[in-house]
Design a protein around this ligand. Structure first.
Ligand code: SF4
Ligand code: SF4
Ligand code: SF4
Length: 320
């Protein structure tokens, strides 16, 4: 326990480089140390190990709360009125689904394992797709994919039009009204806020630290490393436990790989699904669709323009 605490304080001190993490014996960090910048990083979640304690959810909140929206009220009236208000600012404590203020939640499933009723808990957040439709189909270039595979939405460019949510097979990004660029340029017509989701702690990763949810987990449920190695680990683990893999091929492959002792079809039946509660169903490769490919090419110039407007907004925000 003492060693564990010292590891934590070492990390919290902000001095942890990838090499430092390895020296401290932090599980999952080994792979981070030698990763080439251009390699996509993936996480492996061994859901047998998850005890549903929620430490990861709390850690995510603690690490990312300064990125949460702080909306201006009252909200400007929108035309057309179909651009509905989405306001989570008075429900920031909601932790049983994804919201702009909760980027990770624990899903529950009761299943039969060898004749025994077993409760399975599954940490859910953005899957960080290898070829993310949220990034490729965002008309404004607000969603980006970093070379290490992390996808994130730039809150200074996003107009909250929810395209990313519509094209995401898991409906991950969540909108908050009353924040962002739309208030400055077209408060009554454009978008309606900003979309929020897990950015896989991109600043922490860039600084050689582990994502907060991985660091906080007492059961070492998650491991992070180059995608090819993570896939290999997932395959070895699945073979060992006679288990199943989710994420290796879903939506053309994701950088979040789950391994379960129960088939994912069964888990998908058992979990509560709906808004902010993603499914665990099989997913075809969205970006293999010719229409989406064509759309991605058409919107590229628009995205450049919007990115420039976003930069200007950011500049005026800082200097205005
Ligand atoms: S901290 Fe680890 S064990 Fe606890 S809920 Fe999260 S993934 Fe599961
Ligand atoms: S899971 Fe959805 S939000 Fe996350 S990268 Fe894939 S398409 Fe984007
Ligand atoms: S990687 Fe970071 S942002 Fe994503 S769920 Fe974990 S703690 Fe939250």
């Amino acid at each position: 326990m003492e060693e564990e605490i010292s590891r934590r304080s070492f990390l919290k001190g902000g001095v942890a480089t990838a090499a430092g993490l390895v020296a401290a014996g932090i599980p999952g960090a080994e792979a981070l140390a030698d990763v080439e910048e251009k390699k996509q990083l993936a996480t492996l979640l061994d859901i047998r190990k998850c005890i549903g304690c929620g430490a990861c959810v709390d850690a995510c909140s603690e690490a990312n709360s300064d990125k949460y929206p702080n909306p201006q009220k009252p909200f400007p009236k929108m035309y057309p009125s179909r651009a509905k208000i989405s306001d989570w600012s008075d429900k920031q404590e909601v932790s049983e689904r994804l919201t702009p203020y909760n980027w990770l939640f624990i899903q529950h499933a009761t299943v039969d394992i060898n004749g025994e009723e077993t409760e399975i808990t599954i940490p859910r957040r953005c899957m960080h797709c290898v070829n993310p439709p949220c990034v490729k189909l965002c008309p404004w270039g607000a969603a980006k994919q970093l070379t290490n595979g992390i996808s994130r939405i730039d809150p200074d460019i996003c107009l909250g039009g929810s395209k990313c949510n519509k094209v995401c097979p898991w409906d991950i990004p969540q909108r908050q009204t009353g924040v962002g660029l739309y208030l400055k340029i077209l408060p009554n017509f454009a978008g309606n806020g900003v979309m929020f989701k897990c950015d896989r702690c991109y600043e922490r990763v860039a600084a050689g630290k582990l994502p907060a949810c991985i660091e906080a987990c007492p059961e070492d449920v998650q491991t992070i490393g180059p995608r090819d190695e993570i896939i290999q680990k997932a395959e070895t683990l699945a073979k060992k436990i006679n288990g199943y893999i989710y994420g290796a091929t879903e939506n053309g492959g994701t950088n979040t790989i789950y391994v379960s002792p129960v088939p994912f079809g069964e888990l998908n039946q058992a979990i509560e699904k709906g808004k902010g509660k993603p499914h665990l169903d099989r997913v075809e490769d969205t970006m293999a669709d010719a229409n989406n490919l064509a759309a991605a090419m058409v919107i590229a110039p628009l995205a450049g323009l919007a990115a420039a407007a976003g930069k200007l907004y950011n500049y005026t925000k800082k200097n205005g």
